[in-house]
Write a protein that binds this ligand. Structure first.
Ligand code: ATP
Length: 349
């Protein structure tokens, strides 16, 4: 279990990379830190690892305050984006390295390295050097090295980002299965929302050194707490539309929708709907956005349809072959919508 209390990092020059973080990561949990570049993900991971000293606050691992301990005494294994495996050592020596540091006898560490290598399908490669390995194989060596020392936690800093798209997907599935089998607490930094959704038990969405939302992938996807989270999550971004409440209803993109509870006439709100949660009709529908088809983009199995409605552009996806013709009028009916007042989620419907 990893517990962070009031964790703050202010770099020289005054950058608040971490701003009073409170967080508990459960034993065995796969936890993703997600956010745009510069939001503090790497700093947080490095602070847990002991590679960065916090300005204030504490880091506990299994209840023990490790804030003042050097990295080597924290019982965590970090896997970096560039793997940081040693070019002059073969695969066996790389995997066994942390055991050598701990003065494990040679025969024992070689046997252990072979065991971990077998688990990661590296047996054939034990005598090769990193330069003779593919990116995916190098990544598995880095993973094997992390596993070999049986740490209390794995800390991953974008470990998949140097792989090409296909390998990356393979490595993702592999990593998820491995983490399930080993049940080791894992903190995983990524700026890729799809990766976080696919891998994590829980996700923290970060911005400017703060955690904006900490929740399960389903909760983050369906009930993003702020418009920032809403805009960040989803392979096609959520439509976020200006909405105005009057006694007659909620006016959004040319439609007048029933006024939801908690909304008072005069309120200016943001209405959110994901492209996946709308259906298109060629005939007028109540509670639907009237629009004209302006752009069609091929996504393979689906097509992204951009509609011009009074006051906003709306995007929706339809199965391939079901696109309305360009320029035609259509009505888009929302099925799951979210309403934000200011930045904050007010209600879902
Ligand atoms: P990325 O996805 O680009 O790696 P990140 O979310 O991991 O970004 P951090 O690397 O943690 O972000 O950086 C957080 C903030 O702290 C940024 O504004 C960054 O410029 C700043 N920062 C990071 N390291 C240092 C440093 N050693 N000295 C000064 N400022 C730093």
């Amino acid at each position: 279990m990893i517990t962070l209390h009031a964790l703050t990092k202010i770099f020289p020059g005054g950058v608040h990379a971490l701003d009073a973080i409170e967080l508990t990561i459960a034993d065995g949990e796969f936890f993703a830190l997600l956010g745009p570049s510069g939001c503090g993900k790497t700093t947080l991971l490095r602070t847990i690892a002991g590679l960065e000293t916090p300005t204030r606050g504490t880091v506990r691992i299994d209840g023990k305050d490790v804030t003042a301990l050097p990295p080597g005494e924290r019982d965590v294994a970090m896997v970096f984006q560039d793997y940081a495996i040693f070019p002059h050592m073969d695969v066996t020596a790389n995997i066994a390295y942390p055991l050598r540091i701990r003065k494990v006898p040679r025969a024992e560490r070689t046997a252990k390295a072979a065991g971990v290598a077998a688990r990661l399908s590296l047996t054939e490669l034990l005598h090769r050097r990193p330069a003779e390995l593919s990116g995916g194989q190098q990544q598995r060596v880095a993973l094997a090295r992390a596993i070999a020392c049986h740490p209390a936690a794995f800390l991953f800093d974008e470990p998949l980002s140097n792989l090409d798209a296909r390998l990356r997907l393979e490595a993702r599935t592999f990593l998820k299965r491995l983490q399930r089998e080993l049940a080791v607490t894992t903190v995983f930094v990524t700026h890729d929302q799809a990766e976080a959704l696919a891998l994590a038990d829980r996700i923290a969405v970060m911005s400017d050194g703060r955690m904006i939302q900490v929740a399960t992938p389903a909760e983050i996807f369906h009930r993003p707490a702020t418009t920032f989270v809403a805009a960040f999550i989803g392979s096609t971004p959520m439509n976020l539309l200006p909405a105005h409440a009057t006694p007659g209803g909620l006016h959004v993109a040319g439609a007048t929708l029933p006024l939801p509870g908690g909304v008072t006439p005069g309120d200016h709100l943001t209405y959110g709907v994901r492209p996946e949660y709308m259906t298109l009709s060629p005939a007028e529908r109540p509670d639907a956005f009237p629009g004209a088809v302006t752009v069609l983009e091929n996504l393979g199995t689906h097509t992204l349809v951009t509609l011009e409605t009074p006051g906003a552009l709306i995007q929706t996806v339809v199965p391939e072959g079901h696109e309305p013709p360009l320029g035609t009028p259509v009505w888009a009916t929302p099925h799951r919508a979210l309403l934000y007042r200011g930045d904050t989620l007010l209600t879902t419907r």
